[in-house]
Design a protein around this ligand. Structure first.
Ligand code: IPM
Ligand code: MG
Length: 368
């Protein structure tokens, strides 16, 4: 089989520095586990804007369509705040999601035991937490037409459209049910069927898919506002949460914070299978570009490293090595090594980005 290809788009802010650690991890898997990747790199977001005047060059888009998986760091920064909407760094990311048709966004919210005291909730509410949010990523109010700022009777009106076809709901629901079968076998679907027609259709289609093909999975429905409340009240009631693009954006930040650190959480965005059977895929940390700490060696590379673990599992069928990497990260945390985001103010000297990378590589070595 050909060497699988990876396109690295480190992006802006702390993206490049956390990605440097991921590249060391990729090299480790090549040297020690004989898992080799054909790696290429390119620009996205503000970095692409600086070089080409657009947040994603057409050539980069074309490359992303060809590779087996894309690894993305982060996009955005205050420098780009005044750019026209169509040129903002985020548009580069949204273009990748849309044109690669990455409709299923997997956002695990897992509470590492060593970090349970970091959560803003009490330890017993979050310890052992293991939720998977499946967020629809290519439709809904992020992309629905009509959209824009228009004028009506001399006054401006801002419009976005929440729109879902039944096929769009069907395919992401299947992703959620398939995942649930490999986990706790439970799906809770969240929408606002009490006020939105798109929510009524969402609930209907999810129910139909369930009855037709996944009746063995336990399915429940919740209004998204109640879902937000339940996530902070008793998050361990959930296994897989299935929701739309905008609710998923909000609920996944909420779930992320339950775990104590945004700096720990990876994500996978998956599309339809390519000719070689692999899904179109992009992997990225949930955290943003954190321009305030950029270049200082303070960033936690774990989320980006764990995103590579997800790539090993979902794109390359190396679940065992994905687990090896996840366990290495967990052991590092358990041993007390902490980047600044995971320390109390008086916690002593934090590990730098590359020291965290060193510690993870040392644990990987120890796993052999
Ligand atoms: C996310 C982010 C993005 C989103 C932004 C950066 C466009 O918040 O991935 O959750 O809103 O989807
Ligand atoms: Mg978000």
């Amino acid at each position: 089989m050909n060497t699988p290809s990876l396109l690295v788009l480190a992006g802006d802010g702390i993206g490049p520095e956390v990605m440097d650690e991921v590249k060391r991890i990729i090299t480790w898997f090549g040297d020690k586990r004989d898992l080799r990747f054909d790696l290429s790199e390119d620009l996205v977001g503000g970095a692409a804007y600086d070089a080409h005047g657009v947040p994603l060059h057409d050539d980069t888009m074309a490359k992303a369509q060809e590779v087996d998986a894309v690894l993305l760091g982060a996009v955005g920064g205050p420098k780009y705040d005044d750019l026209d909407f169509s040129l903002k760094p985020e548009r580069g990311l949204l273009r990748l999601r849309k044109e690669m048709d990455l409709f299923a966004n997997l956002r695990p919210a897992q509470c590492f035991d060593a970090l349970a005291d970091f959560s803003s909730l009490k330890r017993d509410i979050v310890s052992g937490l293991d939720i998977m949010i499946v967020r629809e990523l290519t439709s809904g109010s992020y992309f629905g037409e009509p959209r824009g700022i228009f004028e009506e009777n001399g006054k401006r009106v801002g419009i976005n459209t929440q729109r879902y076809t039944e096929d769009e709901i069907d395919r992401v629901a299947r992703s959620a049910f398939e995942l649930a079968r490999k986990r706790g076998n439970k799906v809770c679907s969240m929408e606002k069927a009490n006020v939105m027609e798109s929510g009524i259709l969402w609930r209907d289609v999810v129910t139909e898919v369930h009855q037709a093909d996944y009746a063995d999975v336990e399915l429940s429905h919740m209004y998204a506002d109640n879902g937000a409340m339940q996530l902070v009240r008793n998050p361990k009631q959930f296994d897989v949460i299935l929701t739309d693009n905008l609710f998923g954006d909000i609920l996944s930040d909420c779930a992320a914070m339950l775990t104590g650190s945004l700096g720990m959480l990876p994500s996978a965005s998956l599309g339809l299978p390519m000719e070689n059977g692999r899904p179109k895929a992009m992997y990225e940390p949930v955290h943003g570009s954190a321009p305030d700490i950029m270049g200082k060696g303070l960033a936690n590379p774990s989320a980006c490293i764990l995103s590579f673990a997800m790539a090993l599992r979902y794109s390359f069928d190396h679940g065992e090595d994905a687990t090896r990497l996840e366990q290495a990260v967990e052991k590092v945390l358990a041993s007390g090594v902490r980047t600044a985001d995971l320390m109390q103010a008086d916690g002593g000297k934090p590990a730098s980005t590359s020291e965290m990378g060193d510690a993870i590589i040392a644990e990987l070595d120890a796993s052999l």
